[in-house]
Design a protein around this ligand. Structure first.
Ligand code: ZN
Length: 181
């Protein structure tokens, strides 16, 4: 998990350090916070599988402002519970014999989204981290990502995958939700 968290922090630090119109454009291209676009990082190292996902609050609960009433608070709590349910979010091949070791989800306000610090408080993101130990990692060739089924606001997931065959960038969509190792 430490590797994945580190990658996320580096990406966010780079975005925050940049300034000016060019930097704003770059942020959008990198998908740091684009509504409809989530990012995913997956790493398979020996039998250890780790996945981290970040998605805009808009795609998860339909709003990004602070919850204004109990219904909105409940919606956020329900989303966090669902995100933390690794079995609902991913289909792993049974043959790989993976056992869940970690699953957590959190919501955070973004300090600098869309290149406009003035409305920073209006943007939030959901983060989720998952870890598994797999008895037969060689059987782990694809993982079906089910975020699209639970959160229709997500149109695309930009995935960075590190596995036995190296590092690849993959684009997942509702029509093509399979992560490849
Ligand atoms: Zn936003």
């Amino acid at each position: 998990m430490r590797i994945l968290v580190g990658m996320t922090l580096i990406a966010m630090t780079t975005a925050a350090a940049a300034s000016g119109p060019a930097a704003a454009t770059e942020r959008r291209e990198h998908g740091a916070h684009r509504h409809g676009h989530a990012t995913l990082q997956a790493a398979l190292d020996g039998g250890q599988l780790e996945i981290a996902v970040e998605a805009p609050g808009m795609d998860i609960v339909g709003f990004e402002h602070a919850p204004g009433d109990d219904a909105q608070k409940a919606k956020i709590a329900a989303a966090l519970r669902r995100l933390g349910d690794a079995g609902a979010m991913f289909d792993l091949p049974e043959a790989a014999g993976c056992a869940l070791t970690e699953a957590e989800a959190e919501q955070e306000a973004l300090a600098d989204a869309h290149g406009q610090k003035a409305d920073a408080a209006d943007h939030t993101a959901f983060h989720a981290h998952y870890g598994w130990t797999c008895a037969k990692p060689e059987a782990l060739q694809t993982i079906r990502v089910r975020y699209f089924e639970h959160f229709p606001g997500i149109a695309e997931i930009d995935a960075a995958v590190i596995g036995p065959s190296g590092q690849t960038a993959q684009e997942l969509t509702p029509q093509s939700p399979q992560l490849q190792f």
